[in-house]
Design a protein around this ligand. Structure first.
Ligand SMILES: NC(=O)c1ccc[n+]([C@@H]2O[C@H](COP(=O)([O-])OP(=O)(O)OC[C@H]3O[C@@H](n4cnc5c(N)ncnc54)[C@H](OP(=O)(O)O)[C@@H]3O)[C@@H](O)[C@H]2O)c1
Length: 333
């Protein structure tokens, strides 16, 4: 039996394309002592993985070719050499873009057998946890304040705006199409949403935030950050979550005007974070989000491609804004 894999064939020097990857049929991995063989059910497609290929994500190490493309997966145990895991168990795993992987079981996390375990790649996985900790631990919103989030119709963004609303804030989204903006307002209850691709984006953002911005959750960096920065209120907080506008290039633009001058004059805080910083609080945050989901206060959008070979297309298309909500690739049922 073979193991279908998608490898990094070459590193992009400009925009990422599907042919930076190649598919191969590798041999089936053999689990060693303390390891389990995992079958991939679904893969998380993450914008941040593009930063890994760029070499700008220091936590991911230097990018390399000839290796399986990385990515979190929801997987099922096929066989195990650790009595704590048995055949059929569902786990989250770091398998990347391949059908099977053998892992040390310390790298696995057991998952409950829910109807669609792929939720553990989205709202109940790293995506939802990023939204939760970035908003509440870094953004520190107060009821009545205005929160703005960029890449608002994306995996992290659509959850941030809803969580801010649950917390009693006014939530304004920034996204790349009118259709996405309409859905944020009509389906998720955002108070307003503006399209950053419009010529009058600055003016539209000003009108959408008549009382200024207290918390800006930045998924994009670049011009969108530059525009939001000038609308910040005194003592506002900027949550630096990611820089997706600068990933798909070898020449990221310099940071926005106004730093540090605006930070000084408006006493702004601008703070980055990585979701792993809050590892010891994951369980508690998941329980809160599960409750919001059950009560219908939080809605998780999922966006799906089918088949392992579609992963490169799913990734390239996500960087161009093709996704709405959390993008996954289903590999097996
Ligand atoms: N700090 C952490 O621990 C952590 C963890 C997970 C993710 N992140 C970060 O969170 C951000 C969102 O990640 P995600 O996985 O949820 O991706 P996502 O938002 O689902 O997808 C990326 C979105 O970015 C938008 N985009 C692409 N190019 C853009 C540009 N030039 N300007 C503005 N928007 C652009 C596109 O939407 P439009 O149609 O709106 O353009 C696209 O849908 C990323 O920056 C990622 O690195 C951080």
């Amino acid at each position: 039996m073979s193991n279908r894999q998608i490898l990094i064939d070459s590193l992009p020097t400009g925009a990422l394309a599907e042919d930076h990857f190649r598919a191969e049929d590798g041999s089936m991995p053999e689990p060693g002592d303390g390891q389990a063989l995992c079958q991939t059910l679904a893969i998380s497609i993450d914008a941040g993985a593009r930063a890994g290929l760029q070499g700008s994500a220091s936590y991911a190490g230097a990018p390399r070719t000839g290796i399986v493309m990385n990515g979190s997966t929801v997987s099922r145990i096929v066989s195990s050499n650790d009595p704590a895991y048995k055949e059929g168990d569902l786990v989250s795993a770091p398998s990347g873009w391949q059908e099977y992987a053998a892992h040390d079981t310390r790298l696995l996390s057991p998952l409950p057998d829910i109807e669609d375990p792929a939720a553990y790649l989205g709202v109940l996985g790293g995506t939802g946890l990023t939204a939760y900790f970035g908003l509440f631990e870094i953004g520190k919103p107060k009821a009545g304040e205005t929160l703005v989030v960029s890449a608002a119709a994306g995996a992290v963004g659509h959850l941030v705006g809803q969580m801010a609303r649950i917390h009693g804030c006014r939530a304004v989204g920034i996204a790349g199409s009118d259709a996405k903006c309409d859905r944020l307002v009509s389906e998720l209850g955002f108070d307003a949403a503006v399209n950053y691709r419009e010529d009058n984006f600055r003016q539209m953002l000003k009108e959408a935030c008549p009382e200024g911005i207290d918390v800006y959750f930045d998924n994009t960096g670049g011009d969108v950050l530059g525009t939001a920065l000038f609308r910040m209120n005194e003592n506002g907080r900027i949550v630096c979550c990611g820089v997706v506008s600068q990933y798909d290039t070898t020449n990221p633009a310099p940071g926005p005007r106004g730093v540090p001058g605006l930070l000084v004059n408006k006493r702004l805080t601008m703070q980055g974070f990585l979701v792993f910083d809050f590892l010891d609080q994951y369980e508690a945050a998941r329980n809160v989000m599960l409750e919001w989901l059950e009560q219908g206060q939080l809605v998780a959008w999922q966006d799906q491609f089918d088949g392992l070979d579609s992963a490169p297309r799913a990734f390239v298309d996500l960087l161009a804004g093709g996704n709405t909500g959390k993008r996954i690739v289903r590999v097996a049922s």
